[in-house]
Design a protein around this ligand. Structure first.
Ligand code: FMN
Length: 327
């Protein structure tokens, strides 16, 4: 969970409880990723590192729509007393440096979202000793990820909190729920499937396993735990039962699921220009975070968010798999 929610402490706690936590490399400079990987490696738990697949951007095609969105954001920037930055069209989130780093550090798992790495890069990580997981949101992506050489797939359903991993950022992500998507995926590939989206309880985890997943991946279930880096305003909003979760491009240009707030209501759409839209909104969200203003933050959460519980990561792991607590 990029953006500060996943922390080394959370990954270590999940690993110690018998799960497999994942560090989020997204948005972080390689030096920080390296420091976090070394911290978790030192604890001895198994873990993964999640990377955003980068895409080359073409300002000639997209700058106009981004500029229009920028102008619409201007009053909000003034309201928050934050400056809108100039877009950096060359931003790859240090994709190649992160691949080099992970090939060197060889964590047990490297997972990807927002696309599929080249087969050569997948093989390089596998040669280094990592298992490679690719996030898919359709049967077609699953087939392509299998052909590229992935070891396993994270099958992410409509319920999922945070960004959808849909490879084509311009596409409207499929609306299939997790169980239907697991069913569709098994028809086209026989890789191990990790089910993600709306899994908050052991009954929901069992449902995904019955539908053919070998494991489940949970995000929202951990948003309120002590070890997570979830911002105070985000935590507070998650305890307000009257909210709804919605799909929106408003914060980053990519479709993500989060709690509805003033921002999602004011900006029902944004150009599908990730990460440039994300760059624009970042200082505004940072300011809203500092002001503890939940109305102008991306409050990522899946459909099951009302089931998120305050406590420790170990308690959540046990809630998802009571058998782990008895080992
Ligand atoms: C706050 C937050 C941040 C997320 N960041 C990432 C990310 O950096 N990379 C990724 O592959 N998935 C990310 N996800 C999606 C999760 O990997 C997972 O698919 C999702 O949380 C599953 O649905 P759930 O939230 O209903 O459990 C994020 C989810 C949340 C809630």
């Amino acid at each position: 969970m990029a953006g500060g929610v996943s922390t080394p402490a959370l990954v270590i706690a999940v690993g110690e409880a018998g799960g497999l936590g994942q560090l989020a490399a997204g948005y972080l400079p390689p030096q920080t990723v390296e420091a976090q990987v070394r911290q978790v490696q030192a604890s001895g738990v198994p873990f993964g590192v999640n990377v955003f697949v980068a895409e080359t951007m073409d300002p000639a095609r997209e700058a106009e729509a981004v500029e229009r969105y920028r102008r619409r954001l201007q009053p909000l920037a003034e309201h928050l007393d934050a400056a809108l930055p100039e877009p950096d069209w060359a931003d790859t989130d240090h994709y190649r440096e992160k691949l080099d780093l992970l090939a060197r550090l060889a964590p047990p798992v490297v997972s990807f979202t927002f696309g599929c790495p080249d087969p050569v890069d997948i093989q390089r990580l596998r040669d280094a000793g990592s298992a490679v997981v690719v996030t898919v949101t359709s049967a077609a992506e699953a087939q392509a990820a299998a052909a590229a050489g992935a070891d396993a797939l994270c099958v992410q359903g409509f319920e999922a909190g945070g960004h959808r991993g849909t490879w084509d950022r311009r596409a409207v992500p499929e609306s299939a729920g997790l169980l239907a998507l697991l069913h569709e995926t098994q028809k086209v590939c026989d890789l191990p499937l990790i089910g993600a989206g709306g899994v908050m309880t052991s009954a929901q985890a069992a449902g995904a396993l019955e539908a053919g997943a070998v494991a489940i991946q949970a995000g929202s279930a951990f948003l309120l735990v002590d070890e997570a880096g979830t911002r105070p305003a985000h935590r507070r909003a998650l305890t307000e039962p009257d909210r709804e979760s919605v799909l929106t491009r408003a914060f980053s240009g990519r479709v993500g699921r989060g709690l509805a707030n003033t921002w999602t209501a004011t900006f029902p759409d944004a150009p599908p220009t990730f990460p440039v839209v994300d760059q624009l909104t970042k200082p505004l969200r940072a300011r809203a975070g500092a002001l503890e203003d939940p109305e102008h933050l991306n409050l990522w959460a899946g459909t099951g968010w009302r089931e998120a519980r305050v406590g420790t990561a170990a308690e959540v792991v046990q809630r998802l798999d009571p058998a782990l607590g008895r080992r």
